[in-house]
Design a protein around this ligand. Structure first.
Ligand SMILES: *[C@@H]1O[C@H](CO)[C@@H](O)[C@H](O)[C@H]1NC(C)=O
Ligand SMILES: *[C@@H]1O[C@H](CO)[C@@H](O)[C@H](O)[C@H]1NC(C)=O
Ligand SMILES: *[C@@H]1O[C@H](CO)[C@@H](O)[C@H](O)[C@H]1NC(C)=O
Ligand SMILES: *[C@@H]1O[C@H](CO)[C@@H](O)[C@H](O)[C@H]1NC(C)=O
Length: 395
């Protein structure tokens, strides 16, 4: 009888520990795979082993990076699927640390950490991705002989991606880049790098469909969120950008004559603080494709250089016979302050931007000697409820 009870006890403990009970529970810990987390030891191999176990799905679908430790990881750390489980959770409570610029190696890695082909990935926890990017920020020496400044973390073909809770600091280039993915949610994270960190975007989206970005603040030096070619059905709300970056931007699109599009973007209830631009669409002369069904509404801007901006002559490039077609763009309830006269600047290509709607614009200059103004070129549509700057040149 006693033996029988002991047996049952042992069996039940065993089954509690086996992750197959309900298919969801057991946690893998990077420490079990040899990671040290002392901030010096190279933990890359240990993370690769732990990820392989996670992805194979034999031991559980949660990978834990424990708190109170700092894990030194070299580029490029590849987390590559497809994985056995259709929902995988990587819970990062500790710090992840990238090498110094000089220690990135000669092969010009494009990413520090690369997630690809993982379906249903949730990346969460209270931890920090520290891209240690200072050495990349020098405009002249930063990239060295490399053609591209790397992204801190890159996701491609990661359908159902969710990122929440984490902190992303000091990226070498973009902090988070998502390409070729569907159904992505990024919420309640924190992105921070100093104002001199050239080329550090907050989030870049490329060829990505159905995206929700909401409820957090982004401090970096370049675009706060960049909505690039092939991004569609994107909602952005309750994001605070700045000080010191480029606000929320569509583009740049059509560089080197490329054919690109962005459509169905809805940016609502966001704040841009002390930035070079607020909400913006930027395209290169000579590009092909289109930008349409874009709505920017309830945007507060403070001390920003170009609060409302369409720039089809990006980087001051001259008009060319070909340009992206911009249509159905609404700027509604945009209010706050600009630094000089450039409150609303709509600089469209000769083919014109069509169905441009300005509604409830109220932007004043912080410099009483340089009042805010609206400037348009080839911008067609209508303006309603314009408070300041008075008048409108959309027609
Ligand atoms: C990660 O993948 C890239 C591209 O496939 C490869 O060049 C790099 O060597 C991989 N990194 C490691 C540590 O294996
Ligand atoms: C974006 O918001 C609209 C409502 O404003 C909603 O219908 C749509 O499903 C949202 N898109 C995503 C990807 O959540
Ligand atoms: C707008 O966003 C702020 C946070 O950025 C939030 O506190 C506020 O509730 C939001 N307003 C609406 C109407 O959603
Ligand atoms: C313009 O874009 C909005 C979304 O911003 C969409 O609801 C509307 O249907 C579009 N209008 C046309 C004529 O495509």
């Amino acid at each position: 009888m006693e033996l029988f009870i002991v047996c049952i006890l042992i069996l039940s403990i065993a089954s509690c520990n086996s992750w197959n009970v309900n298919g969801q529970s057991k946690e893998l810990n990077v420490i079990q795979y040899g990671a040290k987390g002392d901030g010096k030891t190279d933990d890359t191999q240990a993370f690769m082993k732990a990820f392989k176990a996670l992805c194979d799905g034999k031991n559980g679908n949660i990978l834990l990076v424990p708190e109170g430790r700092s894990f030194f990881l070299r580029p490029t750390l590849n987390f590559t699927g497809p994985c056995y489980s259709k929902n995988i959770n990587i819970k990062i409570n500790g710090n992840l640390l990238a090498p110094n610029r000089n220690d990135w190696g000669k092969d010009c890695a494009l990413y520090w950490i690369h997630f690809s082909q993982i379906t249903g990935l949730t990346l969460d926890g209270s931890g920090v991705f520290n891209g240690n990017g200072e050495g990349w920020w020098d405009r002249v020496k930063g990239s060295g002989n490399c053609p591209r400044i790397p992204s801190a973390i890159q996701f491609d073909h990661c359908d159902g991606l969710q990122i929440t809770g984490l902190t992303h600091i000091n990226g070498p280039g973009p902090h988070i880049a998502v390409t070729d993915s569907n159904d992505v949610t990024i919420s309640k994270i924190y992105i921070n790098s100093p104002p001199n960190s050239h080329n550090t975007d907050g989030i870049d989206l490329t060829r990505t469909t159905r995206v929700n970005i909401h409820d957090f603040s982004i401090n970096c030096a370049d675009d706060c969120v960049a909505i690039k070619g092939g991004a569609q059905f994107v909602n952005i709300s309750q994001i605070t950008c700045g000080p010191g970056n480029h606000g929320i931007s569509v583009g740049s699109l059509g560089g080197h004559g490329a054919e690109e599009f962005v459509h169905h973007l809805h940016v609502k209830n966001c704040t841009v603080n002390k930035a070079a631009s607020g909400v913006k669409i930027k395209t290169w002369p000579g590009g092909k494709g289109y930008v349409s069904n874009i709505m920017f509404e309830d945007i507060q801007v403070y001390e920003t250089n170009f609060p409302v901006n369409i720039d089809q002559h990006y980087m001051r490039n001259p008009e060319q016979p070909q340009a992206l077609k911009i249509s159905n763009v609404t700027f509604s309830n945009i209010h706050g302050t600009c630094v000089g006269e450039d409150a609303v600047v709509l600089d469209c290509a000769n083919i014109g931007c069509h169905n441009i709607n300005l509604n409830k614009i109220n932007i004043v200059s912080i410099n009483p000697k340089i009042p805010a103004s609206t400037k348009c070129k080839n911008a067609h549509g209508k303006a309603t409820n314009i408070i300041s700057p008075k008048g409108s040149c959309v027609n």
